[in-house]
Design a binder for this molecule. Structure first.
Ligand code: 26Y
Length: 818
């Protein structure tokens, strides 16, 4: 099904027209960036028609709609993905070829819209793709940050953060919708006024600062189904224009403040992943987009529905972690103060409309706001939270009379803090974790008291990824090969991919599969040479760890093991060693000193190892600068080994693990997050599992930790590796890595020695790595294992995840476009 606009001749004409129209140039005179814009406008033209039709169909069929509320949408580039989902990629590629243009080069002109940090933001993006593809009415609701995730440069081995001005040249796929602007209010105070109309008191918010929220819509194209949904991201504008003469002095000051407030609110994405900083501006961002989104959703509902008490029949709000949880109180406020409902009615509607997804058990990621800050910034909303809390505490007391410990552990307001997770759980009609193990840990540990009190709310939704971006677009060679063998159904029904299992022992298929992997490795090697100046051998094992840098993800374990291998090769030059390339990619939060030190260590080890001629290129270490969605697609396609080595119990799910698996890279990992389910699907003989279990880790933690010094004192090789951190092997400054060294051996304040169990797992990791090497030497065995990973990845499509959300939580209706 090819839209008529994608007939080659028409397409070529349209691109030329757009270049002329936009830039007053002929095609030959245009820059690649200008051609990119022109191509996007041609594509957008097709999308707009489908977008209109979809929204008309929604109006007619009136399906229930999910609003996916998220501070982050890590979309990645849209052009290639849109062409893929319009099933026009190949035609457009050929048409551009005929114009002497290279689609890859044009795609490379697009900035990565990086309005997210990592897993949580990318999950939101995959969900939008699946919702549209599965014919569900959905909005993504977020913030149009002027600056997304920073660009990472590596200078002298250190991370430098460079602002990401992604809107610099204008983003061709967005649409400004000023007619849907909403006002959002901050600060001020609440007055109680007698309302003669109702004969009761009402609460009036006064003396606030106002900001105008202006939506920008981005099209979310479903795969081959004409559906186009909307990602609505909000920009902030000042409400008052500067008409100086119309202001007295007080208003002038206020006007300046409102102008500044608007300018600051959407300025930048906080680059913290799994770490709460507690900044006032962050709470402003949260309330800003939540309030605007709720107002818009309710206005839309009211256009063709009279009874606000039935809101939940047409609308559901999914809160992506606690970041948008102020939605609970804001919805209550709108229902009471603007729609005139009483408390009980408003609560009844709210608790049928909001649901909450938890993405982490890391204590430092839990959002808690000081009451002082919260009540000053959002006085009316805070008042409502107080009342929600008062009623909930009564419920606790009724259920557990005299048990004050329960109140301490579960209250929303406690110790001068607003606990956002508690608010989300109390109001949410569903609370879900993101992998089986994670949900079990929530129920048995982190949220135990809540689970005991309201078990019916808790459920699991194991994460997934979209195969359209991470196989069809990212690995076109493999995608074509899969389609040649089992047909194209896998594109919208990934369970079909299990049909590849019949080929895993077929030698021809094995060779083709591994040959594709080789070509993808050559492509990555070229990228590495261009971007890092390092030559890597595509015949070596590509062992890859790409993800945010965090201590719990244990990049440090990986690099310490590289040092260990280096020592081994130096000590036993004659030893059998299969060439290995260790590839890292990771951004560290700007303020996370230890994470940044780990980046420096990786680069320092790379410098020494890559330049040591005596090891004859057996070992290479590469740190890929500025890891992001666009280069991720290429990296997954080229990986032989997927490093998923978090301390068991710490990684809620992981989604990179699924992308590697789909692209035929076996997992080297701990029994953590979704790794557990990957092993369930592929079999543990087709993965390399090591390390403490989640239970063991939790057990140690509940009993005072463990003593890494015992290992240090008894294992000479481990001691040698650690010593090299501080003896000048990797830096002439022997103090440079002292903090890393100390973190592994010494308790520091409240922080235990080696709190992420790196030494505890080291030997088991090294043994698993040895098994990887042995397995890789067996070419056929490896090909079989790699193919099985692809063939068993069916469960990990976000289409499956979304269908589970629909069946168990959202209950949406399918809509078809004629
Ligand atoms: C509080 C704030 C600073 C904050 C900001 C970002 C807290 C957390 C985050 C991001 C969390 C995140 O990305 N979590 C990841 O979510 C993925 C999708 O569910 C999981 O696969 C992954 O294990 C989890 O770490």
């Amino acid at each position: 099904m090819i839209d008529k606009q994608f007939k080659k001749e028409a397409f070529k004409e349209s691109v030329k027209e757009n270049v002329k129209f936009l830039y007053r140039k002929k095609l030959e005179e245009a820059t690649q960036e200008q051609i990119f814009q022109a191509v996007c406008y041609t594509v957008k033209d097709v999308i707009i028609d489908n977008w209109l039709e979809t929204q008309n169909a929604y109006k007619e069929q009136d399906p229930k709609t999910v609003y996916y509320m998220s501070m982050e949408f890590l979309m990645g580039r849209a052009l290639g993905n849109n062409l893929i989902n319009l099933t026009a990629y190949k035609e457009v590629k050929e048409a551009l070829d005929e114009l002497g243009l290279d689609l890859n080069v044009i795609e490379d002109q697009e900035p990565d819209p990086a309005l997210g940090n990592g897993g949580l933001g990318r999950l939101a993006a995959c969900f939008l793709d699946s919702l549209a593809t599965l014919n569900y009415s959905a909005y993504g609701c977020g913030i149009r940050y002027r600056y997304g995730m920073f660009k990472q440069q590596i200078k002298d081995g250190y991370q430098i953060e460079v602002p990401d001005n992604w809107l610099k040249n204008g983003y061709p796929f967005e649409l400004r919708r000023p007619e849907y602007a909403k006002e959002v209010h901050f600060g001020g105070y609440v007055d109680v006024e007698y309302d003669p109309a109702t004969g009761s008191n009402k609460f009036v918010h006064k003396g606030y600062q106002a900001v105008k929220a202006v939506p920008f819509d981005m099209p979310i194209v479903g795969y081959n189904n004409k559906i186009v949904n909307t990602l609505r991201i909000w920009d902030a504008e000042p409400i008052v224009d500067f008409e100086l003469d119309s202001f007295d002095k007080g208003d002038y000051k206020k006007a300046v403040e409102q102008e500044n407030l608007a300018r600051n609110i959407v300025e930048v994405l906080y680059p913290n992943d799994n770490h709460m900083a507690g900044k006032e501006l962050r709470l402003k961002q949260q309330y800003f987009f939540v309030s605007a989104s709720l107002q818009a959703a309710i206005a839309k509902y009211k256009k063709n529905h009279k009874d606000i008490m039935k809101l939940h029949e047409k609308v559901t709000f999914q809160m992506n972690d606690t970041h948008p949880t102020v939605a609970v109180a804001e919805l209550m406020r709108i229902l009471m103060d603007e729609e005139g409902l009483g408390w009980d009615d408003a609560w009844s509607v709210t608790t049928k409309c909001v649901a909450y997804t938890n993405h982490t058990i890391m204590a430092e990621a839990l959002e808690k706001w000081p009451v002082e800050l919260f009540s000053r910034l959002l006085p009316r909303v805070y008042q409502i939270i107080e009342e929600i809390n008062r009623r909930f505490v009564l419920e606790i007391q009724e259920k557990y009379p005299g048990n004050y410990d329960k109140i301490k552990k579960m209250a929303i307001l406690y110790d001068g803090q607003v606990k956002m997770a508690h608010l989300a759980i109390v109001a949410g009609y569903s609370v879900n974790g993101v992998a089986k193990l994670h949900t079990e840990i929530l129920k048995k540990q982190e949220l135990k008291d809540f689970y005991e009190m309201m078990p019916e709310k808790f459920n699991n939704k194991t994460n997934g990824i979209t195969q359209r971006r991470f196989l069809l677009h990212g690995n076109q060679l493999l995608a074509d090969w899969v389609t040649d063998h089992i047909g194209p159904e896998w594109i919208t029904d990934l369970s079909q991919i299990s049909k590849l299992k019949v080929y895993v022992d077929d030698e021809k298929a094995q060779q083709e599969f591994m040959n594709i992997k080789y070509q993808n490795k050559v492509r990555l090697a070229k990228y590495i040479l261009e971007h890092n100046g390092v030559e890597v051998n595509p015949r070596s094992i590509f062992d890859v760890q790409v993800k945010r840098l965090h201590e719990y993800k244990r990049q440090l374990l990986n690099i310490l093991h590289v040092i260990y291998l280096y020592d081994q090769i130096k000590k036993h030059p004659e030893m059998d060693f299969y060439p290995r390339t260790f590839i890292f990619g990771a951004k560290a939060s700007a303020g996370y000193a230890r994470a940044k030190k780990i980046i420096k260590l990786i680069n320092s080890v790379a410098d020494v190892v890559n330049n040591d001629a005596s090891i004859e290129g057996k070992l290479k270490v590469v740190f890929i600068e500025n890891y992001r969605v666009s280069n991720a697609e290429m990296i997954f396609a080229a990986a032989d080994v997927s490093e998923q080595i978090s301390t068991a119990s710490k990684e809620a799910s992981g989604t990179g693990n699924m992308k590697f698996m789909l692209n035929g890279a076996p997992t080297l990992g701990t029994m953590d997050g979704a790794n557990v389910e990957i092993v369930d699907e592929v079999g543990k003989e087709n993965a390399f599992i090591f390390g403490l279990s989640a239970d063991e880790v939790i057990n140690y933690e509940n009993n005072g930790g463990y003593d890494p010094r015992v290992i240090y004192n008894t294992d000479d090789e481990i001691r040698q590796v650690l010593t090299e951190l501080v003896n000048g092997t990797f830096s002439s400054d022997t103090e440079l890595f002292r903090d890393l060294y100390n973190s592994l051996l010494n308790q520091n304040g409240g922080e235990r020695a080696d709190q992420y169990f790196i030494l505890a797992d080291f030997r088991s990791y090294a043994a698993a790595q040895k098994k990887v090497e042995e397995a890789y030497k067996d070419e056929k065995g490896w090909a079989r294992m790699a193919m099985l990973n692809t063939a068993c990845a069916g469960k990990f499509t976000s289409d499956r995840t979304i269908q589970e959300y629909v069946d168990d939580i959202w209950h949406l209706d399918k809509v078809y476009i004629k």
